[in-house]
Design a protein around this ligand. Structure first.
Ligand code: FAS
Ligand code: PHB
Length: 394
């Protein structure tokens, strides 16, 4: 039986932040899209992930017309803290760069994008399976999939893989074409969400001999905390009491003393890796976000890199459809990768600076507190960290 046909200009695989933001910006420019997503909308919205938006991402969400709730409920942060036992080092973004970041959860960004895409009436298929990306070397490409017991097919000009690290789109690029770079870290992040007031007004990235910890937040009554754990640990190994006790040992004592603890409403362990797959274009297929690259969350770059990829690709597709120029599309991969690698370096450097690496010798371990003490004394060093944290220009 013939598959049910859907014709559009851009087929998007994946309805996470990359896919939804790309679709929203293209639709606002009069470019038609259709999105397919492996999971249910509820499952996508149940994910607890990033928390910090760079200024470029905020501007892109404003351009997409989905920033009202973010400006109402998000929190502008003009700095963050790094700590080493009881030493607290404030990185004053505003003073050092003139910029700030927005603390507003990825879950909320995704919710706002879903609402906007529902208003646009953009075709979106959830809980699809058997996804195949075909005819990338033809004038019309095809994305075939199963949906609600039927075979369906999107015919389009271009396909954009926004399907994350475990998606199908990167694998569609022949291995002989792909060049991959990977560093897997020997630890993970155990994260919890608790309906408690944050322990500080700003984020605290904590170095301690016991391991890394991060104190973050979502709103004045919703805190997000992480501690570095061995890869062999599971969520079941960590009771709430054990988590709170360990977290307090890794944060400055003044912070630990004022911390309000409570039951976790979400608890998960995420592995950490640095990964890049080049190129980000193959014939009529483009990759955006985690489909092409993964950063350890230490630099709060994952979601923000997805945003800059989308920005570059939208510029290219608007030039193609509105000005019949392919120049920016041809330059997409190199342009996006240049910024990806800068974020890779920063995320790797923050991870290396702040985590305990079991294999490190005593000398290397001494380099971490030494670097942190330099950061405490050197405005230049703090400025370098600040300009990367708030986000390099798109
Ligand atoms: P996503 O992975 O978010 O979305 C991809 C979508 O494609 C998913 O909905 C998936 O279901 C779908 N998909 C996959 N295969 C498919 C197929 N074959 N067909 C159709 N759909 C398919 N970043 C930070 O900045 N800070 C953090 O603290 C942070 N924590 C994270 C914790 C975890 C556990 C993970 C996995 C990531 C974390 N990240 C963090 C990074 C994260 O925020 C990503 O950068 C962000 O989700 C990237 O968005 P997308 O590129 O849309 O990929
Ligand atoms: C978060 O709040 O989830 C968060 C914030 C900053 C990071 C990583 C995670 O670097």
């Amino acid at each position: 039986m013939q598959p049910i046909q859907v014709d559009t200009q851009i087929a998007i695989v994946g309805a996470g932040p990359s896919g939804l933001l790309l679709s929203q910006l293209l639709n606002k420019a009069g470019i038609k899209t259709a999105i397919i997503e492996r999971s249910s909308k509820e499952h996508v919205l149940s994910r607890i992930r990033a928390g910090v938006l760079e200024r470029g991402t905020v501007q892109l969400l404003e351009q997409a017309g989905v920033s009202d709730r973010m400006h109402r409920e998000g929190h502008v942060h003009e700095g963050c803290l790094l700590s080493q036992n009881d030493l607290q080092i404030r990185i004053n973004f505003k003073e050092l760069t003139g910029a700030s970041v927005m603390v507003y959860g990825q879950t909320e960004v995704t919710k706002d994008l879903y609402d906007a895409q529902d208003e646009m009436g953009t075709p979106r298929f959830h809980e699809v399976s058997e996804v195949q990306i075909l005819d990338l070397d033809q004038p019309q490409s095809r994305v075939c999939f199963e949906h609600e017991g039927q075979s369906k097919e999107i015919r389009c000009d271009f396909v954009v893989g926004c399907d994350g690290f475990h998606g199908v789109s990167r694998q569609t690029i022949p291995k002989s074409v792909r060049k991959e770079f990977e560093k897997v870290y020997p630890f993970g992040w155990l994260g919890i969400l608790s309906e408690t007031p944050p322990c500080d007004e700003e984020l605290i990235y904590a170095h301690s001999e016991r391991g890394f910890a991060l104190a973050s937040m979502r709103n004045p009554m919703l805190s997000r905390y992480y501690i570095q754990v061995p890869l062999t640990d599971t969520v079941e190994d960590w009771s709430d009491d054990a988590f709170w006790a360990e977290l307090k040992k890794r944060l400055p004592s003044a912070v630990a003393d004022r911390m309000v603890t409570g039951p976790s409403i979400e608890k998960s362990i995420a592995p950490l890796r640095s990964f890049v797959s080049e190129p980000m274009r193959y014939q009529s297929l483009f990759l955006c976000g985690d489909a092409s690259h993964i950063v350890p969350p230490t630099g709060a770059k994952g979601l923000n890199l997805a945003a800059s990829d989308v920005h570059y690709l939208v510029e290219g597709l608007i030039d193609y459809y509105h000005n019949q120029s392919e120049e920016k599309l041809d330059g997409y991969s190199d342009r996006a990768l240049a910024r990806v690698w800068q974020a890779m370096r920063f995320s790797w450097s923050m991870t290396t600076l702040l985590h305990q690496f079991p294999e490190d010798d005593a000398f290397t371990q001494r380099m971490q507190p030494t670097a942190l003490h330099h950061l405490a004394k050197s405005e230049t060093a703090r400025q370098e960290l600040a300009e990367n944290y708030i986000g390099l220009p798109f």
